[in-house]
Write a new protein. Structure first.
Length: 451
């Protein structure tokens, strides 16, 4: 155990602001625990923190500009309060911009990349002495092993099993900011999962940029795929649900598909990004799957798990995308009937091949396509929710709702379900789904225990 009285000049309170994907949420939680292990407490709600960590995302839009304006805002609030908060920039913008942030923002004390944040404690120590530091290494040594044990665990917990990406889709910065694909060791993950469950997790979501590319070795040296890891986690008595995200169509294995029909705790939900329904665009994106091969893959999941909820990611306005090609994406959506999906306007990322491709699409065209795409996706999501009305399922209660007395949980298909009855975080209840809105359902308690 480290000391709990920080040396002079050290921050007493911190706040971590995470943007972007679930990996960042996980990293943000790990950084918070690391700071707490060093005796720094979370800043009370509504109060300025001595140390602010901006855990940034670089995947779309004007991410970098947003970071600079956030830094400005924190400094301004500090000046008003007569303080000079310590600022750390973490995450993918830190990785991509590195020293540039240090040059442009003298108020930033630390820049730390996603593969180096286990060293944040030392950097804070240096910053307390007025020393600024940048660490955007992608070391081979295990970041995870250097992190403190998990203490606070929500009923639905994340577990990063894989990081990085070797796919090099032509629009995407992830291979540059998160580095090459690596899998965390099997034995380490089993231990971390057990600890999560002991600490109260009832659902574990396995995370990775290409989670289904995860591979490990068991104690006899035999190779294990993601399905093997899931089957092992299925044996943890107090764990009730298993999920994983995000997958790549090319890394899907027959074993993982089969697991959806065989492993009771594996939830009937699959997030499988497709990006476009046009084979020409998919090729230009370097996706190395076609619309047809993607649809065939989904059919296999539906064969083993007919009720599976399907989700995806879409990009509209990739350079050169014609109206007819965009309509192929709409046709793919009509064929799949997603339960939910994420959709984005193409955003050129400096240093990626697509950023300099010819045929960049005008903003108005992208706006129009995104609107039409989201109308289709919204229609299907509402229909998916409506089809569940009148049925009974298990719901894991995750948090209070916005209205007093309201509770919010998740169905097996990852739908948000609201309750007006008195419940508690971590309850797994049997509920009737009584009405459906575009993005959530209302539930009525049938029994205070799962099926
Ligand atoms: N522009 C728009 N969307 C992007 N995504 C990744 N890179 C870009 C980009 N440059 C989307 C993809 C990916 C999701 C995480 O973000 O749909 O699956
Ligand atoms: Fe980016 Fe493609 Fe890798 Fe996904 S698979 S992280 S979109 S490069």
């Amino acid at each position: 155990m480290k000391q709990t009285t920080p040396p002079p000049g050290s921050p007493r309170t911190y706040r971590v602001k995470s943007f972007g994907c679930q990996m960042n949420v996980y990293d943000g939680e790990r950084m918070a625990e690391l700071l707490e292990a060093d005796g720094i407490a979370p800043a009370p709600e509504g109060e300025d923190a001595d140390l602010v960590v901006l855990n940034t995302c670089h995947i779309r839009e004007k991410a970098t500009e947003k970071v600079y304006s956030d830094i400005g805002r924190i400094e301004k609030a500090g000046r008003k309060a007569g303080k000079k908060p310590m600022i750390a920039v973490a995450g993918c913008v830190a990785q991509a911009e590195g020293e540039e942030i240090m040059k442009r923002s003298p108020g930033v004390g630390m820049v730390v990349g996603p593969q180096a944040y286990h060293r944040l404690g030392d950097m804070v120590g240096k910053a307390a002495k007025g020393e600024r530091s940048t660490d955007t290494d992608m070391p081979e040594d295990a970041k995870f092993a250097a992190l403190p044990a998990r203490r606070k665990v929500a009923p639905s917990a994340f577990l990063t099993v894989q990081e990085g990406c070797d796919k090099f889709c032509t629009y995407c910065v992830v291979p540059y900011t998160r580095g090459a694909e690596i899998s965390r060791p099997y034995s380490e993950l089993l231990i971390e999962a057990e600890k999560l469950v002991e600490a109260g997790a009832r659902e574990i979501t396995l995370l990775g940029q290409n989670v289904n590319a995860w591979s490990g070795e068991d104690d006899k040296g035999r190779s294990v795929g993601l399905d093997g890891l899931i089957r092992q986690l299925d044996k943890l008595p107090d764990l009730q649900r298993i999920r994983y995200t995000t997958s790549h169509p090319n890394d899907m294995t027959p074993g993982l598909i089969a697991a959806h029909g065989e492993v009771g705790k594996l939830m009937p939900y699959l997030h499988l990004p497709v990006q476009s329904g046009s084979d020409r665009v998919l090729k230009a994106m370097n996706r190395s799957h076609t619309a047809e091969s993607y649809l065939k893959l989904l059919d296999k999941f539906r064969e083993v798990r007919p009720d599976i909820a399907l989700s995806g990611d879409f990009i509209v306005g990739f350079p050169g995308e014609t109206e007819a090609e965009f309509e192929e994406t709409l046709a793919l959506i009509d064929a799949v009937r997603y339960s939910s999906a994420f959709s984005f306007k193409y955003s050129p990322r400096p240093g990626t091949p697509a950023a300099t491709m010819e045929g960049q699409i005008a903003a108005e065209v992208m706006d129009d396509r995104l609107q039409r795409l989201q109308a289709s996706l919204g229609r299907d999501q509402h229909a998916f929710n409506t089809a569940k009305v009148g049925t009974v399922c298990d719901v894991l209660i995750e948090r209070k709702g916005r209205r007093p007395g309201q509770w919010l949980g998740k169905s097996p298909w990852l739908q948000s379900v609201f309750f007006e009855e008195e419940l508690a975080i971590g309850d797994m209840v049997r509920a009737e789904l009584v009405s459906a809105g575009p993005s959530s359902l209302a539930g009525r308690l049938v029994e205070r225990a799962p099926a």
